[in-house]
Design a binder for this molecule. Structure first.
Ligand code: 9PG
Length: 544
């Protein structure tokens, strides 16, 4: 294993890059090695670690929606070419060239017995790629220059044990390194998206509010209005026709005893928005002016340059105004846009720009709940309370062909299992909404139950997204049982066997099995439990 081109060993070293330099100090830790250091000059894309690639490894995508899964080192994703063309090259990586060439694992990777992982992404983009039979870990500093001593993103090289144990150790190191404050409160909520999507009307919200009010089976604290209320992406303060003004919207929710929550894509501006037409100069730019960030809502979407003082003031005002209107829970979405490479007012890295923008939202939100979505994961550490850690769920299962290709309950649930090691380390994990209705849905009762019980056993955020009138007695019972499972410290096993069979166990030495989850299409056995296809099962009580 080579660190900056030389055999890994403890001690201090200076690496001259010509265009810059790096000082490192390598220490032994009980788990392996930790590399810390500093950067100066214009380092660009730097090779940090190199070793022969293992045959298979865990790949983790950069952001919320991207997959974490086990793959052969030779894996490629040719389907990304079309996604880059039709949607955006910026959505799954700030170094899209790397992900198109082959496997890119952001922040860390792992296989049986080894986990190399960076502990922060405050300035650089840390990633691993497979190159001519080698696994190479790199830090990309883009074109930014550093005069003082800028901290290197620390790297841990963990050895020994199963991937599940390595991930647990890595998660603990991430928590220490980030100093993230994980909220003690784990709110239960309703979200409009996976029932009403963009067709949401104000009457739909009112009907669900009135349905939930006083119903002990539907113990929501938060009522979150998702995408659909706004006139344009970027024009958040002027709801669409048919909606009351924002204070009326929040007021109606509060009046019924719920905490009002609202969705925004705060770093995005549609070409047709007031925001864009008033301030084209606020957008991340290319050689010919504003650079498209992605396609959405049938429009070209631009990204705010979050290094600008006027943009920061606008963001601070936006969330201040939402708070004043009465909202206390903010789902902030499509956050990746602020981390796209491009020209900004100051020559910082895309990661630094992103963190500057998110820090403003954090400051404006104060102690209110901020849920990140479509967000670069490590760069959000310490700035959000909750984080979506997977692709959108959907009222259907295993329909899409690629883990990068859009909503699907199977892929969403699988990510929640793979990324459980981040829960209560950097934030509360959001496995995406439960769908519990028995009509207007393509999920079987077993699939709905497996999703909900997994979310509960993982102690994750529980948000329901249904026309509440369509949840029957069975669905209500699933929600009750899912909520009753929360509050346990658990870990997921079965990440390396590649069988779509997972066990949620009590964390720590007892390792008591809590729930078996079978995402496959065949009946399987786990820890003495028989689990039906696409189902969850509890272990049988051991006879006295
Ligand atoms: C609202 C939704 C929901 C959902 C979010 C996010 O690639 N795309 O076109 C794409 C569209 C929507 C999307 C993700 C990707 O979903 O995850 O919970 O809030 O926005 O529009």
């Amino acid at each position: 294993m080579e660190l900056f081109g030389k055999a890994l060993r403890t001690g201090r070293r200076r690496i001259d890059l010509g265009r810059g330099s790096i000082e490192i100090e390598v220490e032994r830790s009980p788990f392996g090695h930790i590399v810390r250091g500093s950067v100066s000059g214009r380092p660009g894309r730097v090779e940090v670690l190199r070793l022969p690639a293992p045959p298979a490894l865990l790949m983790n995508n950069w952001q919320s929606w991207g997959p974490m899964m086990k793959l052969p080192a030779t894996a490629r994703f040719p389907e990304l070419e079309k996604i880059y063309r039709d949607y955006s090259p910026h959505v799954f990586s700030p170094v899209p060239d790397v992900l198109l060439r082959g496997l890119e694992s952001a922040y860390f990777t792992a296989w049986d017995g080894v986990l190399p992982g960076f502990l922060a992404s405050r300035i650089a983009h840390p990633f691993f790629e497979v190159e001519g039979g080698d696994l190479v870990g790199r830090l990309d500093y883009f074109d930014a220059a550093f005069d003082g001593d800028t901290p290197l993103e620390p790297l841990a090289i963990l050895r020994g044990g199963a991937v599940e144990d390595l991930l647990e150790t890595y998660g603990r190191l991430l928590r220490t390194e980030s100093g993230a404050r994980v909220p003690r409160r784990n709110p239960v909520g309703w979200c409009s998206w996976y029932q009403y999507f963009g067709r949401l009307t104000w009457d739909d919200v009112l009907a669900n509010l009135d349905f939930a009010r006083g119903d002990p089976d539907l113990p929501f604290e938060v009522f979150q209005v998702d995408d659909g209320f706004e006139t344009e992406i970027g024009d958040w303060l002027t709801p669409r026709a048919g909606y009351p003004a924002l204070d009326g919207l929040a007021g109606a929710i509060r009046q019924r005893g719920f905490l009002p929550g609202i969705w925004t894509a705060p770093f995005s501006a549609a070409e047709t928005s007031e925001l864009f037409s008033r301030h084209p100069e606020w957008m991340v730019a290319g050689p010919d002016g504003p650079a498209p960030a992605y396609r959405g809502w049938g429009r070209t979407i631009y990204a705010l340059d979050t290094t600008r003082a006027d943009v920061k003031a606008w963001l601070f005002d936006l969330f201040g105004t939402l708070k004043k209107a009465g909202f206390g829970y903010f789902k902030v979405d499509f956050l990746f846009a602020a981390a796209m490479p491009g020209r900004r007012s100051r020559p910082v890295t895309p990661v630094e720009a992103y963190r500057e923008g998110l820090a403003v939202i954090r400051r404006a939100a104060g102690r209110d709940f901020v849920l990140g979505c479509g967000a670069p994961l490590l760069p959000s550490a310490g700035l959000v309370d909750g984080m979506r850690i997977g692709e959108d769920t959907a009222p259907f299962w295993k329909k899409k062909a690629s883990p990068f290709a859009g909503p699907d309950a199977y892929y969403a649930l699988r990510n929640a299992l793979f990324r459980q090691f981040l829960h209560r380390k950097l934030w509360l994990n959001d496995p995406d909404c439960l769908i519990l209705r028995s009509r207007d849905v393509g999920l079987s009762p077993d699939e709905r139950e497996a999703y909900a019980l997994a979310a509960g056993a993982l102690d994750n955020l529980i948000l329901d997204s249904d026309d509440l009138a369509l949840i029957d007695a069975g669905g209500r019972s699933v929600l009750r049982r899912a909520l009753a499972l929360r509050g346990q410290k658990t870990a997921v096993h079965g990440l390396w066997k590649d069988e779509d069979l997972f066990e949620i166990r009590a964390a720590g030495p007892s390792g008591r099995p809590i729930l078996g989850i079978n995402l496959s299409d065949a009946k399987k056995a786990a820890a003495g439990m028989e689990v039906d296809p696409r189902s969850a099962a509890f272990p049988r009580p051991t006879p006295p």
